[in-house]
Design a protein around this ligand. Sequence first.
Ligand code: SF4
Length: 380
Amino acid sequence: MKYIDEFRDGDAAGRLAAAIRAEADPARTYHIMEFCGGHTHAISRYGLEDLLPANVRMIHGPGCPVCVLPVGRIDAAIWLARQPGVILCTYGDMLRVPGSKRLSLLKVKAEGCDIRMVYSTLDAVKLAADNPDRSVVFFAIGFETTTPPTAVAIKQAAALGLSNFFVFCNHVLTPSAITQILDSPEVRELGTVQLDAFIGPAHVSTIIGSAPYEYFAEEYQRPVVIAGFEPLDVLQAVRMLVAQINQGRFEVENEFARAVTRDGNPKAKALVAEMFELRKSFEWRGLGLVPYSGLRIKEAFAAFDAERHWDVPADSVADNKACECGAILRGVKKPTDCKLFGTVCTPENPMGSCMVSAEGACAAHWTYGRFRDMKASDAS
Ligand code: SF4
């Protein structure tokens, strides 16, 4: 299949890995954060860490949209689902993310709340059109990739004259999160997390382009390579980053040139700009309140904003104390550092958000990496 098989070629992967081993300076260690959960998934699924030399270390970042939503926003969605006459709909993974008091949308659905899984935002609009006597709330999450479809849904609802369609907006922004990580005490003051370079997200960058990363590559002197989600994409990005680090460069390079341009998708960006504005701050799981990192619906489309229509609770709620998702999302810990990993917490019974989505670091490691761990302990 074009654009898939050729990016999973084992021989080519072996050659790329050999080149990385030859080019990585044995006298130094390379700490590379893959921001996006799609890359985390690819690294685990294809065992890419096994191909890399020991001094090239991959650090999982917070780029999983399901993982980064804090408990308070999950609780708020549950609160909305419990309002009379409401049908709450969202993407499948969100149903299983634990909120506080061990609740999830799936559990309150079992209690009788009307919660539906949708595959697209337009499914949610259709639900509203089909149920004029109910209030349909779309629980919108995700990075820049999923924001334009939410904007399209609001436009569609407006065009249809629907007054029973609402969006609970939780869209967040990638560059702000990377900046927050680079400003974190662990990176800046304590030095407990070393970050030399970033693999930038593929899908997000098809929308925003590569230009938004230029600021922090320059300001924080960290190279960035935007990469696709196939194994050869990731290996090629690692090779490009090793080269940048060796040469003392900190530039934004684009490995995913088959889909990403410097300026991104102007139509999608214009749609988002028309519909949404920046929140002064937005809470992220693991990162806390991040300035100008989330979007809200503009006044002109206020009639579709669930947070204006209802007095939605905006409380900050602490994570489950035993769950290490926050530290994992900051790159401070690994899934296996959590005592609950694979014991109490599994994809069937997630205790934290990182075990829910296939892009979550804990779920990816549970699905693929644990066999690697078992092999390593057998060998020792
Ligand atoms: S294993 Fe489960 S409880 Fe532990 S950090 Fe991951 S999601 Fe949280």
